[in-house]
Write a protein that binds this ligand. Structure first.
Ligand code: ATP
Ligand code: MG
Length: 561
């Protein structure tokens, strides 16, 4: 595809440039990256950016990428999250060698390194309370204050650290801190906590440990133990880099990975933090982590996004150093372009009104042969039954149509998609003024797209046979939030910015019979309506439930459906 070529010819982003230079200069003979999710939630589209970067680099440079669970906070982590993360990375089309890795695998080594730091006089056990530690830390403009426990002897520190490990002390009463510099302009260097007491069972190590290492301390050492060459993370870790380097320099480790930061992905009309996504799940504002409106990878999968569309989105947005907010329409256009090429066409009527073709024989079922994709005959053909009674969309008929309306109305003729021309005869309304039946005649000579006497017909409308169609459930999903930045106003809870029309369920749509056979996860275009996917989770054999992936055009108005 044109698109791909163009992006492949783009100059390298700054990270790929660094890696290219490192290989050229002989600094590294190979490249090893890692993707380090914390298993405390499902992955989202922001993680996809990091996945495509880390695994993508490994593919492009003939290196490898580890999947490493950063599981140092057992109180928020679970096996369910671990499993969903593995499924999502695999679905994205990436693999990670023989087995997934876990920071918890390294707990014994991390403990030994902590003992080493203590012996070097570079770590101490502190008994300030969490509040006091915060207070002593100082601020961005004021230096911190040294802890009264800072100058304990090595022996005392070793004894206390061991007793912390053995469970002799209560949570929060003791921590192990790196002894760096309380006056550092970088608050991360003001004697950061590296171990805390947590009497919580871990999803992998059970109750083997009563102390757990902190993220900053764990991350650099895990990278080192795995011989990572380039440790890629988002910009908020820039100020943590001196600590990353301090730990490895102080311990004089044989390997010292280079941390490089890039801008995280932000998207309009969504929130990205796992904490907020969890709030929506727990508060039942959405139907779970994989709700098709969620920008989680599992949500996007149910919505009908393909791995290719997400990967090409990540390629399109690129890697840089400055924070920005990408427009949701960029993501939507990627899946639109993919499905425009790859999704077969089908017909489905969401809000049916009956049309009776007066001059068509009752009881006759004509099998019209139609192409699955008008621009791509290789996608084959199917038959669509045509009968005397059909359904069309209610809004494809108007009693008093304005000039620009090219669909059905009094004295008008329209073409049925892939079928005949029909001409209006009369219509019937109920006591509420609702149109219940439209009578038409058809032109038997007008099949196969031909207009017998060269008549110009502007309107083409989709339809299904009233007797042959099958009723289906269709969920019209839309953007989850009604404003571009749900977090912009600090006085408004982001939950109040939810779009009340983000999910509209149509229970009695009428679909052409072939749609009944659609397999869970299969994607189609409903002619004139948009792209839809048979829900991969809730569809049953012969009873697909359709999720709208995206409309045919970018028609967002903030409240449409
Ligand atoms: P969140 O802020 O959503 O809770 P997180 O950063 O805490 O996410 P982790 O599981 O720690 O989530 O992330 C794993 C990796 O994914 C990290 O390297 C992180 O930098 C990266 N990542 C997370 N969010 C984004 C994002 N929006 N854009 C790019 N990379 C991201
Ligand atoms: Mg994190």
């Amino acid at each position: 595809m044109e698109n791909k070529e163009a992006s492949d010819n783009r100059p390298l982003d700054f990270i790929r440039q660094i890696i290219t230079d490192d290989l050229k200069s002989g600094k590294h003979r190979g490249t090893i990256t890692r993707f380090p999710p914390e298993p405390n939630g499902f992955l989202h589209i922001g993680h996809a950016k990091s996945i495509c970067l880390n695994f993508g680099i490994a593919e492009e440079f003939g290196g490898s990428c580890n999947l490493r669970f950063d599981d140092t906070n057992p109180s928020k982590e679970s096996v369910t999250y671990v499993e969903s993360i593995m499924e999502d990375v695999r679905w994205m089309g990436f693999s990670w060698g023989d087995k997934a890795l876990y920071a918890s695998n390294y707990f014994p080594q991390l403990f030994d390194f902590a003992v080493q730091l203590i012996k070097m006089g570079k770590a101490y056990v502190c008994q300030l309370s969490p509040d006091e530690i915060r207070e002593y830390r100082g601020t961005l403009i004021e230096p911190g204050k040294e802890s009264p426990y800072r100058n304990r002897s090595v022996e005392e520190n070793l004894d206390l650290f061991l007793r912390m490990k053995n469970g002799e002390f209560a949570e929060g009463s003791h921590v192990l801190r790196a002894k760096i510099d309380m006056a550092s302009p970088n608050v991360n260097m003001r004697d950061p906590v590296i171990y805390r007491i947590l009497k919580v069972p871990h999803h992998r190590t059970g109750d083997q440990w009563l102390i757990y290492p902190m993220y900053d301390y764990t991350h650099c050492l895990s990278d080192m133990l795995e011989n990572i060459t380039h440790s890629l993370c988002t910009l908020e870790f820039e100020d943590h880099r001196p600590l990353y380097d301090w730990v490895l320099d102080t311990l004089q480790t044989p390997c010292h990975p280079r941390q490089i930061e890039f801008a995280r992905l932000n998207l309009t009309y969504t929130v990205m933090s796992k904490r907020k996504l969890l709030k929506m799940v727990e508060g039942k504002y959405v139907d779970g982590w994989d709700d098709p409106r969620m920008l989680t990878i599992s949500g996007l999968r149910r919505r009908g996004y393909t791995p290719a569309s997400i990967r090409s989105f990540c390629r399109a947005i690129g890697i840089g150093k400055s924070e920005s907010r990408i427009d949701m329409s960029v993501l939507e256009n990627e899946i639109r372009n993919d499905l425009n090429i790859n999704a077969p066409r089908r017909m489905c009527v969401l809000n049916p009104v009956k049309v009776i073709i007066d001059n068509y024989p009752a009881g006759q079922v004509e099998k019209l042969t139609v192409l699955n994709h008008p621009q791509n005959p290789a996608m084959g053909e199917r038959t669509v039954p045509f009968t005397k009674e059909i359904f069309i969309e209610q809004d494809d008929f108007m009693e008093e149509p304005p000039k620009k309306y090219h669909r059905l109305g009094p004295d008008r003729e329209v073409r049925l998609r892939f079928g005949y021309l029909i001409r209006y005869v009369s219509h019937v309304k109920d006591e509420n003024g609702q149109v219940t039946e439209i009578h038409c005649t058809y032109d038997p000579e007008s099949g196969g797209g031909a207009t017998p006497d060269g008549r110009k017909v502007k309107g083409i409308i989709h339809w299904v046979s009233a007797t042959q169609a099958v009723p289906v459930t269709v969920r019209l999903y839309d953007r989850l939030f009604k404003v571009e930045d749900p977090e912009a106003d600090k006085d408004i809870d982001f939950l109040q910015q939810l779009n009340p029309h983000s999910k509209v369920v149509v229970n009695a749509a009428m679909a052409e019979p072939s749609l009944q056979q659609l397999q869970p996860g299969e994607k189609v275009q409903f002619e004139r309506l948009g792209y839809f996917c048979a829900d991969p989770v809730e569809s049953r054999s012969g009873q697909p439930i359709f999720n709208r992936t995206v409309t045919l055009r970018d028609s967002w108005q903030g409240n449409n459906n």
